[in-house]
Design a protein around this ligand. Structure first.
Ligand code: NOJ
Length: 543
C-alpha cells in the first residue's frame, strides 16, 4: 500500500489569511472548517497548516510561545480537535508546522533561561562575548544583521539565526530533544498526519567558530547546515517517534540543501521529502540579494536535476515566503490564466508530492506594492536596513524592498468578488488584498469551466487516476528553451507531458510533433500539431 503522500496532493493553508469566521480581520480555525468541503472538492488530500500555536506573531507564528496552546486569534484546542474530526470525515489529513530551530523569546523556557533557572539554563545557546561588546562569533542571521544578542541578566549573548525575538534552541541538550519528541507525540496522538519541519537542516550547531566571508546573511552556516549531528537527530526522531505511527508525513524545509544531503535525508528515513530552494533562486541576482531576470530554461534545468537525482521531491512554486508564481514565472497580464495552467501542469505532473499554496489554484497574484515601512514582515524590515546601505534610486529601492516583502503573497484568500473577497466581515482584513480583476475567486471560477480552478481540479483527478504520475519514473526529452517535455512511465504505461512556459509559440522538435497517443489534456488553441501555443499544454497517453 502506498502512503497517502505519494498519491495525494498537499494544500498549504496560511491560517491568518485563509478565512475569518468571527469578523476580526484575521483568519481562524472555524473559518478553515467552513471551507473543508471546498478543499475536498478541489481534490487535495492533505492540508498543511502554517503555525497556529500561541505566539506573539513577531514572525507570524514562526515564533512559538507555547507548543501546547492554540493562538487565541485562531481559536481553541477544541476548535483544533473539531478541525481534525471534520477533516477526517472528508478524507482529509492535517499536517502541522514544527518550528524547533528556535522558539519565541516569550516562551517560558526562554524567560526562565534568561534568569538562569534550571533545567532551562541550557535550553538555548548562551555564550560569553569575545570581549565586552563583541559577540561570541561573527555569524550573521538569516534575516541579515548579527546573529547574537546580549543579555545583561546573564552577562552573556544568545544565538538567533533569525530575528532576535527567535532564540535558537540548544540541540546539544538531550532535554530539548525530549521536549520536541513529546510535542510531536502529543499531536500525532490527536490524529495529526505529520509535520512540515521549519528550517530543519540548521538545528544542530556543530561548533561556534567564526564563519568565512562577508555574507550579510547566513555567515557561519558551514558550522550548522546539515551536519552529522543534524542527520542523527532526525533519524532519532524517526526511531523514537515517527516510526510508531503507520502512514505519516515528515517534510523538511531545508535551507540551501545540496543533493548528497537531500539523498541522505530520504535514504535514512530522516525525512520523507524536503523543500529544496534551488529552483527558487533561478530569478535572483547577486547571490539572492536582488531580483534578477527569469529564464524558463534555468527553471527547467534545476527541476530536472532534482527529478533525476532525488527519489521523491516536495514540489512547490509558492508558499507564504515566496512571491506568487504567475507574475514570477508566468505572465500576470494577457496570459494570466494560461501561464497559471502551464505552471500547474508542471507542478502536478513531475515526480513527487505537489504542494499548492492557498489561492494558487485560482491564479492569485501578489498584493500591490506598498510603502515598505508599513510592512508587517519582520524579515523585510531587516533586509530593508541592509539595502539602505546600497546606493540606488528611490524608485529602485521601493521596487527591491517590495520584492522582498512577504506580506504580498500573504494577502487574504479570494472566495468571492466582494470588497473583502469573502475572507472577512471586518471593515478591513489584517493585510491588504491581492491585485485582482474580480474574476479570480472561488465563486466565479467554480462557474467558469475554463477557469484556473477547474483546470486544477481536472489535473488533480488526472494525477490521481494515473499511476504514471503518482508512482512512475521521470524521463526528460531533450528540448531547448521554454519547452518542457518529459515522459512519466510506470510498468508498461507511459504519458508524455509538453508545456510551453513562454509567451511565444514554440515549434516542437520533429520527434515530438509526430507523437500519437490519446490526448489526455490540452490547453491553448491547437493551430498545428507541431506547435505549442504560448503557455500551451498537452498531455498524451503513449502506451
Ligand atoms: C521559514 C518559514 O517559512 C518562515 O516564514 C520563517 O520566517 C522562518 N522559517 C523562520 O522560522
Amino acid at each position: 500500500m502506498q502512503p497517502l503522500w505519494k498519491t495525494g496532493a498537499v494544500y498549504q493553508i496560511y491560517p491568518r489569511s485563509f478565512c475569518d469566521s468571527n469578523g476580526d480581520g484575521v483568519g481562524d480555525i472555524p473559518g478553515i472548517i467552513s471551507k473543508l468541503d471546498y478543499l475536498a472538492d478541489l481534490g487535495v488530500k492533505i492540508l498543511w497548516l502554517s503555525p497556529i500555536y500561541k505566539s506573539p506573531n513577531f514572525d507570524m507564528g514562526y515564533d512559538i510561545a507555547d507548543y501546547y496552546q492554540i493562538n487565541e486569534e485562531y481559536g481553541t484546542m477544541e476548535d483544533f480537535d473539531s478541525l481534525l474530526l471534520e477533516a477526517k470525515k472528508r478524507g482529509l489529513k492535517i499536517v502541522m508546522d514544527l518550528v524547533v530551530n528556535h522558539t519565541s523569546d516569550q516562551h517560558p523556557w526562554f524567560q526562565k533561561a534568561l534568569k538562569g533557572e534550571e533545567p532551562y539554563h541550557d535550553y538555548y545557546i548562551f555564550r560569553k562575548g569575545k570581549k565586552k561588546d563583541v559577540p561570541p562569533n561573527n555569524w550573521t542571521s538569516m534575516f541579515t544583521g548579527p546573529a547574537w544578542e546580549y543579555v545583561p541578566e546573564r552577562d552573556e549573548w544568545y544565538l538567533h539565526l533569525y530575528d532576535k525575538a527567535q532564540p535558537d534552541l540548544n540541540w546539544h541538550n538531550p532535554k530539548v530533544l525530549e521536549e520536541v519528541e513529546n510535542i510531536i507525540r502529543f499531536y500525532m496522538d490527536k490524529g495529526v498526519y505529520g509535520f512540515r519541519c521549519d528550517v530543519i537542516n540548521q538545528i544542530y550547531k556543530e561548533t561556534l567558530e567564526d564563519g568565512k566571508g562577508i555574507a550579510p546573511s547566513g555567515r557561519g552556516s558551514e558550522h550548522y547546515l546539515m551536519k552529522e549531528g543534524n542527520h542523527q537527530i532526525l533519524r532519532k526522531l524517526y526511531d523514537d517517534v515517527f516510526s510508531h505511527y503507520e502512514d505519516h508525513l515528515v517534510v523538511g524545509e531545508t535551507i540551501n540543501v545540496d543533493i548528497p544531503n537531500g539523498q541522505r535525508f530520504l535514504a535514512n528515513n530522516e525525512l520523507d521529502m524536503f523543500f529544496s530552494f534551488a529552483h527558487m533562486n533561478v530569478d535572483k541576482a547577486l547571490g539572492g540579494l536582488l531580483p534578477g531576470k527569469f529564464k524558463p530554461e534555468k527553471l527547467k534545468d534545476v527541476l530536472y536535476q532534482y527529478q533525476k537525482e532525488i527519489p521523491w521531491n516536495a514540489l512547490y512554486f509558492e508558499n507564504h515566503d515566496q512571491p506568487r508564481s504567475v507574475p514570477r514565472f508566468g505572465d500576470e497580464g494577457k496570459y494570466r490564466d494560461a501561464s497559471a495552467k502551464a505552471l500547474a501542469t508542471i507542478l502536478l505532473t513531475l515526480k513527487g508530492t505537489p504542494f499548492i499554496y492557498q489561492g494558487q489554484e485560482l491564479g492569485m497574484l501578489n498584493a500591490p506594492d506598498k510603502d515598505p515601512s508599513t510592512s508587517l514582515d519582520c524579515c523585510a524590515h531587516s533586509i530593508g536596513k541592509l539595502i539602505a546601505k546600497i546606493p540606488m534610486t528611490k524608485k529602485m529601492r521601493f521596487k527591491v524592498l517590495n520584492s522582498f516583502d512577504r506580506d504580498r503573497c500573504r494577502a487574504p484568500m479570494s472566495f468571492d468578488g466582494s470588497e473583502n473577497r469573502g475572507f472577512t466581515n471586518a471593515d478591513k482584513p489584517w493585510l491588504p488584498h491581492a491585485k485582482d480583476d474580480g474574476k479570480h475567486n472561488v465563486l466565479e471560477e467554480t462557474k467558469d469551466p475554463n477557469s484556473v480552478l477547474n483546470f486544477y481540479k481536472k489535473l488533480l483527478k488526472l494525477r490521481q487516476n494515473h499511476d504514471e504520475f503518482t508512482l512512475g519514473e521521470f524521463e526528460p526529452c531533450p528540448t531547448k528553451g521554454a519547452l518542457f517535455a518529459y515522459r512519466r512511465y510506470h510498468g508498461m504505461s507511459s504519458v508524455l507531458v509538453l508545456v510551453n512556459l513562454s509567451d511565444k509559440p514554440v515549434k516542437l522538435p520533429d520527434y515530438l510533433s509526430k507523437i500519437g497517443g490519446a490526448l489526455l489534456l490540452s490547453e491553448g488553441d491547437i493551430v498545428d500539431r507541431g506547435t505549442l501555443p504560448p503557455y500551451g499544454v498537452r498531455i498524451h497517453q503513449l502506451s
